[in-house]
Design a protein around this ligand. Structure first.
Ligand SMILES: [Zn+2]
Ligand SMILES: [Zn+2]
Ligand SMILES: [Zn+2]
Ligand SMILES: [Zn+2]
Ligand SMILES: [Zn+2]
Ligand SMILES: [Zn+2]
Ligand SMILES: [Zn+2]
Length: 1754
């Protein structure tokens, strides 16, 4: 490349000049200079362009070397006046560092905040400080940093407690007030001052320089070449793809280069994309601009002279240098601050710091980052200058914000984001309020930026353009700033603060006035609205302001004078808003029950109504505060209470509530969803505190100041129900009103809502100021009502409670007093359950219940009461007393209008409903009556200390109705209703009311007349109760009988169902009872009593036991499994696996060339077969699969929807359990064998076999010859032994459908196992089948060990069925392959044990997995045996194979176990002496063959134990294999864990328990074999090679160890950098749980190509590490990721839990997380069971959105 050449030339040309340069001399010259700035500029003008920007690539190597030498060093010399390293060290020594930590956070670094001690949530600690602080024992919150911001350790304002960690604890001796400059000489101060001011000025000049071709005065280069850069700048408008595409076109680069350009532009904010002469660069610029200007504004490109760029590069370096040098001393830092803030020649706001800030939005990202960092490490670290800087920041605030509105960069790179560092410090914030009027400035700036208003001056967000929407989003950050300013309330008020705060409050009221009444709605009648009106913007604003409004109130509450003034201001603002609210609205008079009131005619259903009433609501809040702070009682004269017009106060909130009621009643259906959404948010926990809750308070406030009758009449009128209840014969509504049914229904709902509102107005007393409660009581009550619905997790409760500005709900303080915590199990989460004694607080009409919540809670509470054997009635709870200001509200209960309403409804209820009353209406009426009674009881109890006893509800309800006259009293109505048959559900409540009335009467009589005369009343009550009891008992008995009958029916059905779906049920039991599996096989009933599974003496099934009946899950027909019958198949899933791999570094095999005949003992890649155990006819399955295929094709044509399974790859879901499958295994019967006559012993058999092999080999070679293949030399014609017919082709015993299925499964295993295209002719097909059988058995053997389960009897049915059909399939699959091929395989396999010079490429015994060898030998042997007619039995052959392979395995173990010298000789019992001697002898024999390759070992005991331990997995796997192959039941010892396993295994496998006997009993045969094994060159090589040998037993693989504390992982990930883009932070660091590799996931930089497609780092990793299956932990998200192939994936709950037993996916809550071992083990189990893919399938079926995710890019 050209660049490299220029780079190399440039320094060499200057070399001599550089070598002669002396920093010391330069500095000395500067010391004498009269005009230092000019001298330094000259120096820079000369050297900077010689070092920087000499070629297309800015070569950092040269710069890093030269810049310090030529540029920085003279500055340091000058500054120190001596050798810089000496001078700076002195400075550092004298420095007394400030206590601030100031560690600046990297992206993704963990940060900690203390919920108990932090002043606000923005106060954070770095991990190091946190670990050394007191807060780690507190309730802390953990988050990951978004970058920027610094550690607040040492800032006493940031922490209520423990502001210092151990490291930053101040020394007692040092006084922090001391001036850091005191230790420095005058001269040095002066010099520092000079250097800093020149360099900072230079940097500011260069970074804010906007000319492309010129330089500031004094910096023009001595020589000027025609060298330019085409500089591309970042914006947030164009996408990555657009930029990459454009660059490829414009500068003619590869896609890779374009990606790298785009990445740099995104990171640094600019990047030169071309270097050359002006023309050359200009041309590229015009192409880029042309290409990107079509849709949006063009990309920003500048052609800049190289010297300009060079100076800009050095300017950045200079700022970094300043940042470094001030670290040496606080004095230097202070001087830099002074220089930066010194006012410039242009007067105010002209300091260098000001200049930088004001040019912020014009700078590129990289420059901004550098100077922001410098600000943070200088201005913000110095207590004095932090304040001065804050003042400048506040002065420029409005302009900075305006610039930011136009800036197209994110806020994190804007200087405005520094506000969080300045405003959150309480003293600074307070100073800025008083001195710079910051509150007002922020609010005014905010209002100014929202320009769109309607005619009344209210905000209007309708038809917002994208540009405005963007601005609206930006302007919201101002609310954040306001929040910072307000977050800590003042403890002391000065007059100045009061003045400025109230000024800010005024500005705030102006803002709220623009919101009052915005987005009004009018009910749509007739037609549905055409366009959903915009509503979100207004609610966003409301939501963002919620905390501000609350904080404003809190500030007011902290000072009486401020509160009074604010109240006045707010009231006048409200009056202003509503000035003339009666305009055009006719005054009318309402009268009812002898009362009348004046109001206006207004119908919510006809006129404009708005849900936004922030001014009213603020006033409501302040009104409650008047009561809480008792200002209302102490300074009544100062308050404008007489000016209050209660009807005006309640008018708008009431309209809003009526609107909600009407929406419920379905009257606003035509107004579309936007209104429904608004109503939803109005009640939602995020908004309700400053919306719904305050409206209720306002109604309470208004009602408390009015005659209750008047209030209720106005309410009725607004609900548009007045006409119903005011009419003289309202009690006869049912006969009178013949209106349309819909209208009646509507009015019913409105009546319900109206009654509910009355209940709330009288009953909601848990707001401090309204009732005599504290805020913790309010929280407690919220929690109680949530838990009344059902037990809930911590996070659910948090979501249900309003959070304050500190993101706290106050729950922690009270939760334990109302709830009990229950820890989670392996799944689910921890739950809080209501304390039983708190149930009495339950209020069915709790104001925050939605209708759904209410009915759930009602049901739950009734159920609990019934379970406890209590009456299920839910009476109103006892309430706290009202505060005096609200005390008159109770009178609503006993006022005439309400009693009239109650009476009317009760009267209606006398008749069974014809739609003229409703159950919920009656329920509410009863509740209200109940409330009256409870209230009266409370008044009676409290009557001693309170003479307010004129609350006599019982008296009022006993009176007959007044108008219309002579109607029955409420009490009389209730007594009648008590027996009404149609009111069964309300009887409990009516009975409770009557009982309470009786009790109250008794109490009143008691207090009136001394002796209690309740005996008669009591007895009467008693009899009533007895009668009740009897009745209830009878009902309970009937219910019990009915229940029993149903149970009986159910269990019958269940039995039936279980029978039909046996497998399903068995598999669903995760922990299996050992007795469930194949009980039939337990009891051996055959001739041979010994339970032996292999060899001539093996157990044989009788004819009846062999019969096996199964049912097809698709057609439900029964079918016997027969060789010649219809094929039955099991749904199966074949997958490649590395679960048992002992060598993850082995590269994947080349699928076309790989010879799988011998499995390497590292088991690096295997093929696993699993099944859900569901059986079908093969033809039923085929039909099903074809249907799935057809459906899929249709679906793909219609819409591009993906499924969780890949039909084209043969995948389908099991039709019964929806388990992912990709093939089927045919079910086969046990092969018939008979106990045959004498069989040859091993040596005889071996010689017969080797003769047979010889004959076969030569026959095969001859056949090859005939086909024209060159014959091998030295192969003699070899006649076959007698009875061995080479040309014999046995008849295939299987039916055609079974043969077809044998091929199907064989091909599938081959295809998946090798990742090749299906080819049933490939000779490797049978090998893959045997391999899968062996691998699957080995997996299950490991799994049983890991799960600590016995070898037999503990497998779930599905695995039992799968293994048995897999093994039997294995023994049959040769019948559908070429016999010659299988015979050849056998010859090669046998040659590994009995070396045969004619067979080539035989691996040495160290390189063979012996179990795979055994399985392949046994399963391929039938292809040989079928040629023999001499009566050799398969059983004998199997036993001989077992013996041979076992001996080979013993030798393998002895060779690979490196025995360490034993310290002490274990004195085992004599029992094993023989084995120990034998094994020593054998080992020594091996040593004679191999010599130095083996260590000397004297301990036979140790060797024998190595052998026993090493061979056990093999024996266990062999037992499983022969068990399934031959059907022999296992001995009972193998059904349990514990001792005796070894003997039982050996017995079952027909082996001597001293395995060495296998060798010594046939020594003359074995000895030569041993010799030949050892003489294989591979053995010695293997023993001497540095590569670790595989040792036995192979340990089970684990998922990696995870740290106990999640933050350790976050920390690990935050220091992880992307391996491809040179030290960049990775955005999605992801940990492979299988091998522990950290990956840079979900990012362009780390995409690689895999099989022709771009895939992300995770997908790429799975192909090497997990053969396509991966388990990852996404560290930033705290989420487990499962991947399978390129298209499948799902997220899974992480194994980390917080103290509440919950996970935190996405790390949103930030509670400390700890590893839950059980859950991690569960993930590990899924992996070991090969269930990851299945789990993904289930997850995707359950959640279709998972299917659409581009998993391959993760
Ligand atoms: Zn720190
Ligand atoms: Zn610290
Ligand atoms: Zn703390
Ligand atoms: Zn069928
Ligand atoms: Zn199934
Ligand atoms: Zn891995
Ligand atoms: Zn990367």
């Amino acid at each position: 490349m050209a660049a490299a050449e220029t780079d190399r030339e440039a320094p060499s040309a200057l070399c001599s000049e550089f070598l002669n340069f002396s920093a010391k001399d330069t500095a000395a010259k500067w010391l004498l200079a009269s005009n230092l700035p000019k001298e330094v500029y000259q120096h820079l003008a000369c050297y900077v362009p010689k070092i920087y920007c000499l070629g297309p690539n800015l070569n950092p190597q040269n710069e890093d070397l030269l810049a310090p030498l030529l540029l920085q060093s003279p500055l340091e010399w000058y500054l120190c006046g001596e050798e810089p390293s000496v001078g700076l060290a002195k400075l550092e020594q004298n420095n007394q560092p400030s206590q601030l930590c100031g560690h600046v956070f990297k992206v993704g670094e963990p940060t900690y905040s203390c919920r108990e001690c932090a002043a606000d949530p923005t106060c954070v600690l770095c991990m190091q400080c946190f670990l050394g602080s007191v807060h780690k024992e507190h309730r802390y919150r953990m988050t990951t940093s978004g970058g920027g911001g610094f550690c607040d350790c040492g800032d006493t304002e940031a922490w209520k407690k423990g502001p210092y960690c151990q490291k930053h604890e101040p020394n007692i001796s040092d006084s922090s007030q001391k001036d850091p400059l005191a230790n420095m000489t005058e001269e040095m101060i002066a010099r520092t001052y000079n250097v800093f001011s020149i360099i900072l000025k230079y940097a500011v000049d260069m970074l804010t320089w906007d000319k492309e071709d010129e330089l500031p005065e004094g910096l023009e280069p001595p020589v000027r070449g025609d060298t330019y850069y085409c500089m591309l700048f970042n914006d947030e408008v164009h996408t990555y793809e657009q930029v990459i595409y454009t660059l490829q076109k414009a500068v003619n680069c590869t896609q890779k280069e374009a990606v790298s350009f785009a990445t740099t532009v995104d990171r640094d904010g600019r990047k030169s994309v071309r270097f050359g002469d002006f023309q050359f660069c200009e041309q590229a610029k015009s192409v880029i601009v042309r290409n990107t200007s079509r849709q949006t504004k063009p990309l920003r490109v500048q052609v800049m002279h190289s010297s300009v760029v060079a100076h800009q590069c050095f300017a950045l370096k200079a700022l970094t240098w300043l940042g470094q040098i001030i670290r040496y001393s606080d004095a230097l830092r202070r001087i830099l601050c002074q220089v930066g803030l010194q006012r410039g020649p242009e007067g105010e706001n002209s300091s260098l710091v000001d200049t930088l800030m004001l040019c912020d939005s014009k700078m590129w990202k990289g420059a901004r980052n550098v100077y922001h960092q410098l600000f943070m490490s200088s201005l913000l670290m110095d207590s004095k200058y932090k304040k001065l800087f804050a003042i400048q920041f506040a002065k420029n605030y409005q302009r900075l914000q305006t610039d930011f509105m136009e800036d197209d960069h994110e806020r994190v790179v804007s200087v405005t984001s520094l506000s969080v560092q300045l405003f959150t410090a309480p003293t600074v914030a307070r100073m800025l309020i008083t001195e710079e009027n910051l509150m007002t400035t922020i609010i005014r700036t905010f209002v100014d930026h929202l320009r769109h208003r309607d005619l009344q001056g209210r905000f209007q967000f309708e038809r917002y353009t994208a540009q405005q929407a963007f601005k609206f989003r930006r302007v919201q950050s101002l609310i954040g700033d306001l929040k910072y300013v307000l977050i800590s309330r003042p403890t002391e008020w000065t007059d100045q603060l009061r003045e400025k705060y109230l000024e800010g409050f005024d500005a705030f009221l102006e803002l709220l006035k623009c919101m009052q009444g915005m987005d009004p709605v009018v009910r749509q009648v007739g037609q549905h609205i055409e366009m959903e009106p915009e509503w979100e913007a207004a609610f966003t604003l409301q939501m963002k302001l919620t905390h501000i409004i609350s904080m404003m109130q809190e500030w007011c509450a902290s000072d009486e004078r401020v509160l009074i003034e604010a109240y006045k201001k707010c009231l006048s603002a409200l009056t202003h808003c509503h000035s003339g609210f009666t305009d055009g609205e006719q005054p009318i008079t309402l009268s009812m029950c002898g009362h009348s009131v004046e109001t206006i005619r207004y119908c919510v259903s006809q006129e404009k109504v708005s849900i936004h009433l922030p001014v009213s609501r603020l006033l409501a809040g302040l009104h409650a505060l008047l009561s809480t702070t008792e200002v209302a009682y102490r300074f009544p004269v100062q308050l404008p209470l007489s000016e209050l017009s209660p009807p005006m106060l309640i008018e708008h909130p009431l309209r809003c509530l009526v609107l909600c009621a009407q929406v419920h009643a379905g009257m606003w259906r035509r107004n579309g969803f936007s209104l429904v959404n608004q109503i939803y948010y109005y009640h939602n926990v995020k908004c309700r505190v400053e919306m719904f809750d305050k409206d209720l308070i306002m109604l309470q406030a208004g009602a408390s100041m009015m005659d209750p009758n008047h209030f209720l009449m106005i309410v009725l009128s607004r609900f548009e129900l007045y006409h119903i209840f005011s009419s003289a014969d309202c009690r006869k509504r049912y006969s009178r009103e013949n209106a349309h049914k819909d209208v009646v229904q509507q009015n019913n709902t409105l009546t319900e809502e109206m009654l509910h509102l009355v209940i709330m107005i009288v009953g909601e007393r848990y707001t401090a100021g309204v009732g005599q409660v504290e805020s913790s009581d309010e929280t407690r009550r919220e929690i109680v009502h949530q838990l009344c619905i059902r037990p809930m997790a911590h996070s659910e409760l948090v979501k249900a409670l309003p959070e304050n500005e500190n993101k706290e709900t106050g729950m922690e303080r009270v939760i334990d007093s109302v709830a009990l915590f229950k820890k989670p199990g392996v799944t689910g989460r921890g739950l809080y359950k209501l304390r039983p004694d708190c149930a009495k607080m339950f209020n069915l009409y709790f104001h925050h219940y939605s209708r759904a919540d209410q009915s759930k809670a009602e049901e739950a509470q009734r159920r609990i009461k019934r379970q406890n054997g209590e009456d299920s009635v839910l009476p109103p709870p006892v309430l706290p007393r009202f505060c005096p200001l609200f005390a008159s509200l109770v009178n609503i209960l006993q006022c005439d209008v309400l009693l009239g309403i109650l009476g009317a409804v009760l009267q209606w209820a006398m008749e069974p409903s014809g739609g003229h009353w409703s159950e919920s209406m009656l329920q509410r009426v009863l509740h209200l009556i109940g409330m009256g009674l409870v209230e009266e009881q409370q008044h009676l109890i409290g009557s001693a200390d309170d003479n307010d006893t004129n609350f006599n509800f019982t008296l009022k309800i006993s009176r007959p109705g007044e108008a219309p006259a002579n109607t029955p009293s409420i009490l009389a109505l209730l007594e009648t209703l008590q027996n009404a048959p149609h009111l069964e559900v309300h009887k409990d409540m009516i009975r409770w009311i009557l009982k309470t009335v009786a009790n109250i009467k008794t109490t009143r009589e008691c207090t009136a007349s001394a002796p209690p005369s309740d005996s008669s009343g009591h007895s009467q009550e008693e009899t009533v109760r007895d009668k009740d009891k009897a009745e209830r008992k009878r009902k309970a008995e009937m219910a019990r009988l009915r229940r029993e009958k149903i149970m009986a029916q159910m269990s019958e059905m269940q039995r039936h169902f279980i029978n039909e779906n046996k497998e399903l049920f068995q598999q669903s039991l995760e922990e299996l009872d050992p007795s469930t599996s194949s009980t039939l096989e337990h009891s051996p009933s055959s001739c041979d009593s010994a339970l032996v599974c292999v060899g001539p003496r093996r157990w044989r099934a009788g004819g009846s036991e062999r019969r096996q009946m199964v049912t097809c899950i698709l057609c439900q027909e029964e079918q016997e499994i027969r060789t010649d019958g219809k094929a039955m198949v099991l749904a199966a899933f074949v997958q490649r696996s590395t679960v048992m791999s002992k060598n993850r570094k082995r590269p994947p095999h080349n699928p076309d060339k790989y010879d799988p005949l011998f499995m390497h003992p590292d088991l690096s890649f295997g093929t696993h077969t699993g099944s859900c155990g569901h059986i079908m006819h093969s033809h039923c399955w085929q039909r099903y699969f074809e249907a799935v295929q057809a459906k899929e094709q249709r679906r793909q044509q219609r819409l591009r929807v993906h499924t969780s399974y890949d039909v084209e790859n043969g995948e389908f879901l099991c039709p019964l359990c929806e388990c992912l499958s990709n093939t089927v295994i045919p079910l086969l019967p046990l092969t018939k064998t008979s106990c045959s006559s004498e069989q040859p012993d091993l040596s005889q058999w071996l010689s017969i076999t080797s003769q047979q092999m010889k004959a076969l080999l030569s026959a095969h070679r001859k056949a090859a010859d005939a086909e024209g293949v060159d014959a091998m030399d030295g192969v003699n014609d070899c006649p076959p032994p007698d009875d061995f017919k080479l040309d014999y082709t046995p008849k295939n015993p299987y039916s055609s459908t079974i043969k077809e299925m044998l091929t199907t499964f064989g091909t599938a295993t081959y295809k998946v196992g090798l990742k090749v295209h299906p080819n049933e002719q490939d000779p490797r097909v049978p090998i893959m089948c045997w391999g899968s059988c062996a691998y699957t058995i080995q997996c299950i053997e490991r799994l049983l060990v890991d799960e600590e389960k016995p070898l037999f009897g503990s497998l779930p049915c599905r695995q039992d069925d799968c293994l048995s059909s897999l093994t039997r399939f294995g023994s049959a699959c040769w019948t559908v392959s070429s016999h010659t091929t299988v015979q050849n395989h056998f010859i090669r396999l046998l040659a590994a044990l009995v070396p045969d010079p004619r067979v080539e490429n035989t691996p040495c015994i160290l390189d063979i997995d012996m179990f795979h060898l055994l399985v392949s030998l046994v399963l391929s042997h039938p292809a040989i045996l079928c040629l023999d007619s001499s009566g050799l039995s398969a059983d004998a052959a199997q036993l001989h194979f077992l013996h041979l392979v076992t001996v080979a395995h013993i030798v393998q173990i002895l060779l690979t176990s490196v025995p360490e010298e034993m310290q002490m000789e274990q004195e085992g019992g004599g029992a094993e002496r023989e084995e120990e001697e034998n094994v020593c002898m054998l080992y020594n024999t091996l040593r004679t063959h191999l010599g130095s390759g083996l260590h000397e070992v004297s301990s036979g005991w140790h060797l024998w134990h190595c052998v026993k331990a090493g061979i056990l997995p093999y024996l266990r796997a062999a037992a499983l294999f022969f068990h399934y192959l031959n059907g022999a039941p296992a001995p009972p010892e193998l059904h349990t864990l514990g001792a005796g396993e070894w003997e039982a295994l050996c017995g079952y496998l027909c082996l001597p328990s001293n395995l060495l006997q296998l060798y010594y009993n046939n020594q003359e045969l074995m000895e030569p074999l041993l010799q030949r094994w050892c003489s294989h060159p591979g053995v010695l090589q293997g023993l001497q090679s540095s590569v670790a040998l595989i040792r036995f037993p192979r340990e089970s693989n684990h998922l990696i160890e995870l740290p106990g504390d999640y933050s350790a992982l976050i920390n690990q990930a935050s220091s992880f950098t992307c391996p491809k883009s040179g030290g960049d932070k990775s955005r999605a660091p992801t940990l492979c749980l299988v091998c522990g590799a950290m990956l840079c996931s979900q990012s362009y930089c780390c995409q690689t190509e895999l099989e022709g497609e771009d895939v992300g780092a995770c997908t790429a990793h799975t192909f090497a590490c997990g053969a396509g299956v991966g388990i990852f932990l996404r560290v930033r998200e705290s989420q487990v990721l499962f991947l399978a192939g390129k298209t499948k994936g799902c997220f899974y709950a992480p194994p980390y839990l917080d103290d509440y037993g919950e996970t935190d996916q996405g790390l949103r809550r930030g509670n400390p997380l700890h590893l839950c071992q059980e859950r991690y083990r569960k993930v590990q189990k899924l992996w070991r069971q090969h269930s990851i893919t299945e789990e993904i399938g289930h997850a995707q079926e359950a959640n279709q959105t998972l299917v659409g995710i581009d998993w391959q890019h993760l």
